[in-house]
Design a protein around this ligand. Structure first.
Ligand code: PEP
Length: 250
């Protein structure tokens, strides 16, 4: 049995006040769902605050992006060791907004994945196709290529200790959620493709769906056999929505 994860990606949003209100607003629901892991990925500057707020609840937290480097002359970067010191468990890696706006290649994503694991965090590897790629019927090839870059660098065993987030780019922040059938089809493909390389990895790895998940769509998505929870953007900033999504994973 894979534990479902409901993870909020807050992106570039929040203030000291809203961060406190959000954590206070969701913590009771997180604590009341012991079979669901609830996590948030705030902007790096709020990790300290989130760590303090989550000291006595079950909410885990992580970074949205991380440097391949641990320390040194790398202006503007945040390292795995730094976020780990505050108690972070996860780091997202390869989010489509990083790939799109910061030109992150599969090779860089793989290097970040390795750095995240090397320093004791769990990578949440984000993958997914664009609308053009879906229309060209190359979705499966695209997600295979994105995962293969990590396998080529780190080995298949590295995927035993990671989370994969399948996020069709056309569904992120657009309000266009993939149907549960569309999502399940890709999740099942990812799992069977992984099984050709390692049955252990395929059975173990949690594959989250991301892309305009809302309280209203969560339950049906999470009921699919290969969907192990969600990575949630916009709805993670609204207490009632995020609580509803946690309920949908119970
Ligand atoms: C995301 O940022 O990972 C995401 C899925 O965003 P949204 O839920 O807003 O589509």
């Amino acid at each position: 049995m894979r534990t479902p994860i409901v993870m909020g990606n807050w992106k570039l949003n929040g203030s000291k006040e809203s961060v406190t209100a959000l954590i206070k607003g969701i913590e009771a629901a997180a604590d009341a769902a012991p079979n669901v892991e609830v996590a948030v990925c705030p902007p790096a500057i709020f990790i300290d605050q989130v760590a303090t707020l989550c000291a006595n609840n079950s909410i885990e937290f992580g970074a949205q992006d991380i440097s391949t480097e641990v320390s040194g002359a790398f202006t503007g970067e945040t390292s795995t060791v730094m976020v780990k010191e505050f108690g972070a468990k996860y780091s997202l890696v390869g989010h489509s907004e990083r790939r799109q706006y910061h030109n992150e290649t599969d090779a860089l994503v793989a290097a970040k994945f390795v750095a995240i694991q090397a320093n004791g965090l769990v990578p949440v590897l984000c993958i997914g196709e664009t609308l053009e790629e879906r229309e060209a019927d190359v979705t499966k090839k695209v997600v295979e290529t994105q995962i293969k870059a990590v396998i080529d660098l780190a080995g298949i065993e590295a995927l035993e200790n990671c989370v994969i987030a399948y996020e069709p780019v056309w569904a992120i922040g657009t309000g266009k959620v993939a149907t549960s059938e569309q999502a399940q089809e890709v999740h099942a493909h990812i799992r069977s493709w992984l099984a050709e390389q390692s049955k252990v990895v395929a059975e173990k790895v949690q594959i989250l769906y991301g892309g305009s998940v809302k309280a209203a769509s969560a339950k049906e998505l999470f009921a699919q056999p290969d969907i192990d929870g969600g990575l949630v953007g916009g709805a993670a900033l609204i207490v009632e929505e995020f609580v509803g999504i946690i309920e949908g994973a119970k």
